[in-house]
Ligand binder design. Structure first.
Ligand code: 3PG
Length: 220
């Protein structure tokens, strides 16, 4: 048996302002910092010992992971960062207020973009190279299915082998990438994933067997 904990970052400035975020690199709010502290305290109370922590290239997740590790008194742990754990890329929606998007495109369409497995948001015409994202790596926009396709190699190549060795792992990531991971782990079908929500700063615990099948799931 091994323990996997997954959690979404604390509230970001864009979450507070109801703005589509994706790969925009926004910071935590004071409330988000507090959520991360409380999550870390809950994990400390659960007396979990991780061997590694995984997060994205985005500061809201990295900041959350560091706060959690501080509360756990395990700041020494390796913190692995991968762009594969980044939030689903919201394409041309990023930076747009979600209510204004509903007024412009209709509530049904916006809900499809936000919660369906296959809906692709309006694409950016191009993306620029950034130091952390070489040219061509940053998507122009992603459906949840597209985000899942670039997330799962990280699960299969990096996280799953550690779990199979009995090493407890913590993933601090994003609403959509965690929905993609939950869909994969729990074998949720494409229609039912629309109902799954992941709250800011709320850890989920999976107890897995040595085949990584779920023995128990609980909200911490
Ligand atoms: O990228 C975003 O805007 C948020 O992280 C999550 O957005 P959602 O609630 O539309 O999935």
């Amino acid at each position: 048996m091994v323990d996997l904990y997954i959690m979404r970052h604390g509230q970001s400035t864009a979450n507070r302002d109801n703005i589509f975020t994706g790969w925009s690199d926004v910071a935590l709010t004071t409330q988000g910092v507090d959520q991360a502290k409380v999550a870390g305290q809950k994990l400390a109370a659960a007396n979990v010992h991780f061997t590694q922590v995984h997060t994205s290239y985005l500061r809201r997740a990295i900041q959350t992971a560091n706060i959690v590790l501080e509360e756990l008194n395990q700041l020494y742990l390796p913190l692995h960062k991968s762009w594969r754990l980044n939030e689903r890329h919201y394409g041309a929606l990023r930076g747009m207020n979600k209510d204004e998007a509903k007024a412009e495109f209709g509530a049904w369409q916006v809900h499809q973009w936000r919660r369906s497995y296959v809906a692709v948001p309006p694409l950016l015409p191009t993306t620029e190279a950034k130091r952390q994202y070489p040219l061509g790596l940053e998507p122009r926009g992603e459906s949840l299915a597209m985000a899942s396709a670039r997330l799962l190699p990280y699960w299969q190549d990096v996280i799953a082998p550690e779990l199979r060795q009995g090493h407890n792992q913590l993933i601090v990531a994003h609403g959509s990438t965690l929905r993609a991971l939950i869909k994969y782990l729990e074998q949720i079908d494409d229609a039912d994933i629309m109902q799954v929500e992941v709250d800011n700063g709320s850890p989920i615990h999976y107890q897995l067997d040595d085949q990584l099948k779920i023995l128990k799931k609980e909200f911490v």
